[in-house]
Write a protein that binds this ligand. Sequence first.
Ligand code: ADP
Length: 161
Amino acid sequence: MKVAIYPGSFDPITLGHMNIIRRAASVFDAVVICVMVNSSKHPMFSAPERVELIKKVVEDLPNVEVEQSSGLLAEYARSKGKCVIIKGLRAMSDFEKEFQMAMINKKLNPLLDTMFLSSDSEYMYLSSSVVRELARYGRDLREFVPEIIIPYIERKMKNGG
Ligand code: ADP
């Protein structure tokens, strides 16, 4: 079994993330999306909410599952057995941060490799923080996130974001 772990905040999941997930799902036998709980951030959606939203949008991908972890990614990956980490790269700025993370994860878990997928050009500019900003101003989000999660974002905004 070739297993890939795709970690991130996914606050909320965007079409850029979906593009990486679909491409990874076509290469690997199984893809585990791991919502990382980072206590230093103030997320829009709680980790369990993010997991639920992602589950809704990957329903048509039978080899994709969703979990959450509050620990170190290298330890989480170890608990999964033989696997690789998948990361999406938008720009050089992503590369620097992600390359450092890949090296640290390899140091902590020498069997753990990180593979990078370059963003499709139409999603290069897209991040969860852009989506959160547009949502705050009530903009149409259909070009940026899977349509079925838009009502959840709108409800969150109504309740104070
Ligand atoms: P964000 O930077 O949008 O808050 P996350 O922390 O949830 O994203 O990102 C998880 C992973 O997805 C990272 O590897 C990130 O580089 C990648 N990613 C995020 N947005 C895109 C995109 N539009 N295209 C390709 N990869 C992306």
